[in-house]
Design a protein. Sequence first.
Length: 291
Amino acid sequence: MAPARRPLLAAALFAAAVLLPGAARHGGAAAPPAVLAQARFAFLVPGPGGPLILEVAAVAPAGAPADAAALASAIRAANPGAVPIPPRFVSAAYVLDGVRWRDPVVPWYYAPAGATPSLPPGDALERIRRAAETWSGAGGTPVRFDYRGETADGPGCRGDPAAITYTADGLNVLGWDAIPGNYLGYTCWMRSAPLVEGTPYFELIEFDIVLDPRYPYTGDILQALALHEFGHALGLGHSDRCPGAAMCAGELALIFTEPQPDDLAALIALYGRRPPPPLPRRALVPAIARD
Ligand SMILES: [Zn+2]
């Protein structure tokens, strides 16, 4: 049997973050800070089967000591041979990241290690699961997150985003870890290098979501953050129509606990509806007008 050709993989690292200055106590209503800086960069990096693409999108709130150039150079230093390339640029109401799952039923696991002390463990998982569930079937799409239980293995790309390399462990995992640089959470994904035949999309292969446990979450804020990160895991980028969408960036990502119309439009654009929407009824009008 001929050996299977190893597909070229491209790794995309996505980071979205919020800093909470003057941390509110548990249960307190934390007013999220205003977003000040956003940065996006991409690198061509050598991989085992060919070149890979590492993408980073980061956002920092007002008053945070965010330094995009420092983050970019740290990522470059952590990935020997990385060559900066222009990031893809898109502008629309909703924004797609050009990736989607071939099978819209996406399994995922929860890694409870190091979970936030802000909420009882059961509550945190419940809120996270609810966030995943609200994407399931949203907008009439066939998308579904399939929760497979807890895992002792943390997410494959946890830790310092600047030090993450494109390793994949085959599991989609949401877990916890301290994230340096005042970032609250991020989603990493692996995608195919070639487009899915007949589509303008690359194939999503694996995702991991990392949340920083040090934030004083309320249940709603955790659910909103998880909803936003799961949206990235489906291929949704940051909306240009903000506020008003779960996929808005920065502090605006902590508002909605359910997908909004703009988010649903993005999901439908990526995955379509099942079943297809019915055609409008043909209007009954006379075929011939008579005097
Ligand atoms: Zn985001």
